[in-house]
Design a protein around this ligand. Structure first.
Ligand code: ZN
Length: 107
C-alpha cells in the first residue's frame, strides 16, 4: 500500500473510532482502556531491563475506574545500531535476516 493512502486510512480510522486508535496525532502512544475503550493514562513506569519497561495504566473514565499494568518490550532489530551494546541480543526481523542472507549469497 502506498504511504499516502495508508496515512489517509489511519486518519479516517481515528475519526470514526474515537479512543480506539493506538497512536495519537503527536505520535505519542495513545492508550485505550481494554474494558470501556476510553483514554487510559500511564501513571508511572519503571525500566526493569534495557529492553523492558512496565507501566501502571489508569482509565480516565470515572464510570469505569479500571487500573492495570502494561509492558513495553523491545522485541526485534530492524536496523543495526552503529553503537551496539554487546549485552543486548535482540533477534533480527525476518526482513533484516533475509537481506543479510541475500548479501552473503551474492559475495
Ligand atoms: Zn475504562
Amino acid at each position: 500500500m502506498p504511504i499516502r493512502s495508508s496515512v489517509a486510512s489511519v486518519n479516517r480510522a481515528s475519526q470514526h473510532n474515537r479512543g480506539g486508535s493506538f497512536m495519537e496525532r503527536r505520535n505519542n502512544m495513545r492508550l485505550s482502556c481494554p474494558h470501556c475503550g476510553e483514554f487510559a493514562r500511564i501513571r508511572k513506569s519503571q525500566q526493569l531491563t534495557p529492553v523492558y519497561r512496565e507501566a501502571t495504566v489508569e482509565c480516565q473514565n470515572p464510570d469505569c475506574g479500571w487500573r492495570g499494568k502494561m509492558a513495553l518490550e523491545m522485541t526485534q532489530t530492524l536496523t543495526f545500531s552503529q553503537q551496539p551494546n554487546p549485552e543486548i541480543r535482540l533477534p533480527m526481523s525476518p526482513r533484516l535476516r533475509d537481506s543479510i542472507r541475500d548479501q552473503l549469497m551474492v559475495q
